[in-house]
Design a protein around this ligand. Structure first.
Ligand SMILES: Nc1ncnc2c1ncn2[C@@H]1O[C@H](COP(=O)(O)OP(=O)(O)OP(=O)(O)O)[C@@H](O)[C@H]1O
Ligand SMILES: [Mg+2]
Length: 276
């Protein structure tokens, strides 16, 4: 691994918001290398969105160190932001164009892509996310799920190296969720794009991340490990988290002496149980 492979490094970050709310994210260092899919998990208000906003350079730390692509993202905002696509928790804050098409075209035009190149890329994203029918709509009046798809298109259209997803599938219906998850899977398989996401749905964590960082309420990054290890080897109740039902079932069946593999893969478990 070379220094170029380290995409994000955060050490003992502390942020005090105007008004005095202090988010202390000290604890385990946060480090993401190229190609990793990392989930940031923890209770409401623990500071997950705050952490992501520091990676994006939207916030400046009160204390501690944030390095993204080798630079301080708050200081070199314009440079670093051209490498990061982001879907923020509040999609409304992110949608700015008068139409969906203009909205998705905003970043590439801003980053100096030609009109023609931008048009081609926007069309590709509309097609990939199956939102071509929304092209001329006003972003403001889209449904919650539609807004998230448009925000995702806008995040990916300029070909970022890092994708940040803050609760990307909140309010998205089952079918769209499956489609977006499959889309992100393929994106990672095809391009090896680095992804950092937050979510409260643990089934989704299994789909979208290989590693996780878990935060205590009040901040502090407490645990780091492979998702499968976090779900099978740690008591997550203190972090307001419950392992997905499949992990709970395997743990209980093993307590009854079944010796099942510690996996979150339904196919693998079905195969093992079927053989028995
Ligand atoms: N702009 C702000 N001004 C003041 N306080 C803020 C601001 N944004 C967040 N906070 C506070 O900082 C703390 C961390 O908030 P943050 O949004 O990072 O939490 P979170 O882990 O993302 O929560 P959730 O799971 O609800 O999305 C909370 O106490 C929140 O109230
Ligand atoms: Mg949040």
């Amino acid at each position: 691994m070379t220094a170029d492979d380290i995409i994000v490094e955060i050490h003992c970050l502390e942020h005090t918001y105007t008004g005095g709310v202090r988010v202390d994210l000290c604890g385990t260092d946060f480090r993401v290398t190229r190609g990793q899919r990392v989930a940031v998990l923890g209770p409401n208000g623990s500071g997950k969105s705050t952490l992501l906003k520091h990676i994006l350079g939207i916030l400046q730390p009160t204390k501690g160190k944030v390095v993204v692509f080798g630079e301080d993202p708050a200081r070199h905002y314009n440079h670093v932001r051209q490498k990061i696509g982001a879907v923020m928790q509040n999609a409304d804050e992110q949608l700015i164009g008068p139409t969906v098409f203009d909205d998705i075209a905003f970043a590439p035009l801003n980053f100096g892509f030609s009109r023609e190149e931008t048009r081609t890329r926007v069309e590709e994203m509309l097609h990939a996310l199956d939102i071509g029918h929304l092209r001329e709509r006003l972003p403001h009046y889209l449904s919650g799920g539609e807004k998230r798809k448009v925000a995702l298109a806008g995040a990916l259209v300029f070909g970022p190296e890092l994708l940040i997803l803050d609760e990307p599938l909140e309010g998205v219906d089952y079918t769209s969720r499956q489609e977006i998850t499959a889309f992100l899977h393929k994106l990672h398989a095809d391009t090896g794009m680095t992804m950092i996401s937050t979510m409260h749905d643990m089934d989704l964590v299994c789909d979208l991340a290989d590693e996780g960082y878990i935060m205590q309420s009040g901040g502090r990054i407490d645990l780091h490990g492979r998702i499968v290890d976090l779900f099978f080897h740690h008591d997550l109740a203190q972090y307001n988290l419950a392992p997905p039902p499949l992990a709970q079932l395997v743990t209980r069946l093993n307590a009854h002496g079944l010796h099942l593999p510690l996996t979150l893969d339904v196919e693998v478990l079905a195969e093992v149980l079927g053989r028995r």
